[in-house]
Design a protein around this ligand. Structure first.
Ligand SMILES: Cc1cc2nc3c(=O)[nH]c(=O)nc-3n(C[C@H](O)[C@H](O)[C@H](O)COP(=O)(O)OP(=O)(O)OC[C@H]3O[C@@H](n4cnc5c(N)ncnc54)[C@H](O)[C@@H]3O)c2cc1C
Length: 374
């Protein structure tokens, strides 16, 4: 059983503690699921998370970041794909939750019920870390917009029912000339051009847009606000990536503790060796430090702060890097079994890696922090 003592920290209210206990019981009953067909697994997970009412927390008028983080950390500890399925409903509809019109919010009802799957399409082949260089265009026409371009690395690409997409509307050069749109996946001209395979599989695709016509009402907020909208969404969801990393790290420590208690070398349990104990202490220390940063960022946002870029960047950077180190040590303490395909720590080792890249790579988080303190 992973350490739950953090739930007594003052960042939480009793409703958070109750939710953590209820979700833990739900996870024990429902997770992990079979990952052999990730599309089917994700569809199934969205449906079951919807039926369990957990997706109600993924979007809406007021996003409670501590709740998002507790759910992500708990799901990640049990099943990385369950965390992914939950997180994408929130990230995909994040712009609608924060800035959507009443009509756009109708999508939220469906994603929160588990009846529709969401995606967030920002990245392009030539503009990854540099969102301001977005090249996909949205041209204003009578009654709406026409979009052309290409998006890549889009999670849920291929199974999503709806995307929020960032495109250039040209009010100004760079970041100030972008806008955000709600785009149904079945719109004419949108093609899933390629499915992308990664080391910890989840649905992922490159999308091509050819003369995709969207109505006037598809625009989220005002034209030219797309970059600001995307960054506001990331302000919330970067902290939750840190929470997912925390869940993976806690599971890594849990697995390592069980292993070192059971495994005997030179007549003693590994757990009795001081050098092993030193590693375990470092793992626990990194996990607690990551948890403090994650729930600090979540708490600050929940207190009403308009932007928490520095806190969210610190939480994501530290928690993802620390989780990689914790999981690497968990693999090491398992010896050969640590790299055996199908072992829990082998899976964690693959699952943690991408978190240091997406929603802003670690060095991009360093830039955000440095800008804030300079
Ligand atoms: C599994 C996965 C899921 C994803 N899901 C989505 C999604 O749902 N929607 C979406 O829009 N995108 C998604 N992405 C894309 C992701 O956000 C980008 O991969 C990420 O922003 C990095 O962009 P890039 O891959 O083009 O790398 P690049 O921008 O080429 O960066 C590569 C590396 O260069 C370095 N670097 C870049 N910029 C700087 C800088 N300014 N200073 C110093 N170093 C720098 C960093 O080390 C960085 O890791 C996903 C990616 C992955 C791997």
């Amino acid at each position: 059983m992973a350490d739950r003592s953090f739930l007594s920290w003052p960042f939480f209210e009793d409703r958070h503690r109750a939710l953590a206990v209820a979700l833990e019981a739900w996870c024990v009953a429902h997770l992990p699921v079979d990952h052999s067909d990730v599309d089917a697994a994700c569809r199934g997970l969205v449906a079951v998370l919807g039926a369990g009412c957990w997706l109600q927390h993924s979007g809406g008028e007021r996003l409670d970041v501590r709740t998002l983080c507790l759910i992500r950390e708990t799901l990640a500890r049990h099943d990385g794909l369950a965390d992914f399925a939950f997180a994408m409903q929130g990230l995909g509809m994040g712009a609608v939750s924060l800035f959507g019109s009443p009509e756009q919010r109708e999508w939220l009802e469906r994603t929160r019920a588990g009846a529709a799957i969401a995606g967030f399409a920002v990245t392009e082949p030539a503009s990854g870390s540099d969102v301001a260089a977005t090249a996909t265009t949205a041209a204003r026409v009578q009654g709406g917009w026409v979009l052309n371009g290409e998006k890549t690395w889009i999670s849920n690409g291929g199974i999503a029912d709806v995307y929020v997409i960032i495109a250039r509307t040209g009010e100004a050069p760079g970041a100030k000339g972008l806008s955000a749109f709600v785009m149904p996946a079945d719109v004419a001209g949108l093609e899933v051009a390629e499915r992308l395979q990664v080391m910890a599989p989840h649905p992922l695709a490159r999308l091509v847009l050819r003369d995709v016509a969207l109505p006037e009402g598809a625009l989220i907020g005002a034209a030219g606000d797309g970059f600001k909208i995307a960054m506001s969404v990331l302000d919330v969801f970067r902290t939750t990536v840190g929470a997912a990393a925390l869940g993976f790290a806690r599971r890594g420590l849990e697995e390592a503790l069980a292993r070192v208690k059971a495994r005997r070398i030179q007549g003693v349990a590994l757990a009795e060796m001081q050098m092993v104990q030193g590693h375990l202490a470092d793992m626990a220390l990194k996990i607690d430090a990551a948890a403090l940063l994650v729930y600090r960022a979540a708490w600050v946002k929940d207190q009403g702060a308009a932007r928490v870029s520095r806190e969210a960047a610190m939480a994501k950077l530290f928690a993802t890097e620390a989780a990689q180190e914790v999981i690497d040590m968990a693999v090491q303490l398992h010896g050969g079994d640590g790299v055996r395909v199908g072992s829990v720590v082998e899976r964690l080792y693959r699952e943690i890696r991408a978190l240091r890249i997406y929603e802003g790579a670690s060095d991009v988080q360093r830039i955000v922090i440095a800008r804030a303190i300079l």
